[in-house]
Design a protein around this ligand. Sequence first.
Ligand code: ADP
Ligand code: MG
Length: 249
Amino acid sequence: MTDNGDGAPLVRLENVNKHFGALHVLKDINLTVFRGEVLVVIGPSGGGKSTLCRTVNRLETIDGGRIVFDGQPLPEEGKGLARLRSEVGMVFQSFNLFAHKTILENVTLGPVKVRGQGRDAAERRAMELLERVGIAAQAQKHPAQLSGGQQQRVAIARALAMEPKMILFDEPTSALDPEMVQEVLDVMVSLARDGMTMMVVTHEMGFARRAANRVVFMADGQIVEENTPDAFFGSPQTDRAKDFLSKIL
Ligand code: ADP
Ligand code: MG
């Protein structure tokens, strides 16, 4: 467990509701993520975890309640929305790298196109970040030439290149072969130790125990339990959580 940050809220969800047609996917969600905190979200498939992540950088709109990021309501469109997307990084299960671009180009594209950085400065920074995630030697290759674990580490470097205030991880290791899971988790643990604010959807309970400040258990569109990792794993309060943990541990 890490204890970073100054404890001020970075993102606050207040009575957030979301429907997909008749399906009520987020039901009155109230949740705050504090600066420097690592919040792990776990729960059964279909419970709304991905949708929750996606509302925070407004890849999904909400239809009730509000979300406050860094003191401001989430912007609806335009420059505000572009800035939000650069301030809230996202790492997906499926890496989502640009297949026809090199690793280096994948990492410099956002800083150059969105943040208006000069190419030289962006490349220097990208190489530092690739070094940090252990991929610098692969900078001129294309994503398909890298393993899944390497590609996911590039995706993390790409998110970091935007200098985000927070990174959302949606099951970042679920698509990886087992032997590659740890190399990605190690990078995430090191980010956590450096004080990055992170919201992480994962089934990796070892990561949750090592790095999380708080665990949120989500099922059926609701936050069912919220606790420290020790308390949550040691003595889950609800039958729902007990049942879930008995299946994955
Ligand atoms: P989780 O990540 O916990 O598995 P999701 O947030 O992906 O859950 O999905 C929650 C529910 O919303 C599921 O029933 C899913 O099928 C549904 N859902 C997710 N995205 C969409 C969408 N774009 N359109 C319609 N239904 C969706
Ligand atoms: Mg999901």
